[in-house]
Design a protein around this ligand. Structure first.
Ligand code: 5RP
Length: 235
């Protein structure tokens, strides 16, 4: 998003509400994606207006670049050590606050940062709220080594879970493989519905070439859903 474009009102409302949770001295994780970008801009405004002293780690190079362009210093997660709060977007949010993430291909770093945070607050517009996860294709970051073998192993795991016919498609950028910040490739699993996210997460994590999947189970403490009229609902 260019800095002169008006942000989507729902994303702006959620971002403002999440940034209002930030207190002076906090150690923050900054998420990735178009909603997180709005949040980073709001955070930069608060830092400038109030002179907040924060320590920030980014979940992607894109977020680090945006934050630094707005005057927010980015440190590595290891330099900071532990985070008070991570604010990130999501592709789907279910009633248990289980998430699908990785639409922007950053779910590996996002999960590491969220796991190193006391709280993960998710910001989203109402389209992201679902009764059951799975309509959004589930991103799985996979090593380039043995990529096709890993794809076969994923298909076998899905068959064992008796989930029916599922397309397991490589994410592309143009005609080239999409490459993550960690140099890996992504498979998108077109699940439709995920009846048992815990069983699927366990099965995917057990496959050696899988680096990380986009199911975030039990990691989100609160979701702030912004509405087009500028109000928010908390889940
Ligand atoms: C990136 C993510 C994003 O948070 C997710 O894709 C939501 O992005 P957006 O706010 O642009 O809809 O998980 O890996």
């Amino acid at each position: 998003m260019s800095q002169t474009t008006q942000p989507d009102p729902a994303k702006l409302a959620a971002s403002k509400a999440a940034v209002a949770l930030v207190e002076d001295g906090m150690r923050l994780g900054l998420g990735t994606g178009s909603t997180a970008n709005v949040m980073v801009q709001e955070l930069a405004r608060r830092i400038q207006a109030e002179g907040l002293k924060l320590r920030c780690a980014a979940t992607s190079q894109a977020t680090a670049d945006l934050a630094e362009s707005l005057g927010i210093k980015i440190e590595t997660l290891d330099e900071i050590g532990w985070l008070d709060l991570t604010i990130d977007g999501a592709d789907e949010i279910d009633p248990d606050l289980h998430l699908i993430k990785g639409g922007g291909g950053a779910h590996l770093r996002e999960k590491i940062v969220a796991a190193a945070s006391d709280r993960m607050v998710v910001i989203a517009d109402p389209n992201k709220v679902v009764d059951q996860l799975g309509a959004f294709p589930l991103p799985v970051e996979v090593l380039q080594f043995g990529f096709e073998t890993t794809r076969k192993l994923i298909r076998r795991a899905l068959d064992r879970l008796d989930l029916g016919q599922i397309d397991v498609l490589q994410r592309l950028k143009g005609s080239d493989p999409w490459v993550t910040d960690e140099g890996n490739w992504i498979l998108d699993l077109h699940m439709g519905i995920i009846p048992d996210p815990v069983a699927l997460a366990r099965a995917l994590s057990a496959i050696p070439g899988v680096v990380e999947h986009g199911l975030f189970l039990g990691m989100c403490s609160k979701a702030i859903i912004g509405k087009p009229d500028g109000t928010v609902v908390e889940l």
